[in-house]
Design a protein around this ligand. Sequence first.
Ligand SMILES: [Fe+2]
Length: 192
Amino acid sequence: MPEYLTPPVSPFAIAFDAERLTLSPEGPTLTRRMSDLEGLFLDQSAWAESAAGDNPVVYTVTSSPVPEINRELPQSITTIFPGATAGELWMTKGHQHPDHQGEIYLALKGRGGLLMFDGERVEWLDMTPGTIGYIPPGWAHRSVNTGDEPYAFLAVYPGGAGHDYGWVLTHGMGSRAYLDASGSVDLRPYAG
Ligand SMILES: [Fe+2]
């Protein structure tokens, strides 16, 4: 038996329901409202008006009980609600892993995109149910709902990678996602 600084959890099964978007047993759930996304939308006054108004839930993250510690491999289901703030599509905050490690996203429901930025290069992956988006080490990542129903995906990530949300406030994400008149994704320069 190998020895660990923190003993790993014991093996266990997780019931995964891709229709109801549940993991059972369930760990912590995060709810991100508009007020939690300060400094992320281009139109700050539209953001402030929405946050001070009905302050809608933009996305939720439901996790399994696997802890976010080194060597473990936690999972979570993120559901982003459809919407736009001054045209900019609703999205997750986006983050960089302080410990540069890879991650996978498996699209479950709805229509979305995976925006990645390494500080210089931007990549966009269209995400529809069945697509695995691969996030290599060193790429900040943000998910966007590009459809008119909730967009949900399963994430599987190294528990020790961490979440640096401040990186996006400092460096941006390279692009911002809108829809054009025909309903296609329109990626624009980050601009502030
Ligand atoms: Fe991540």
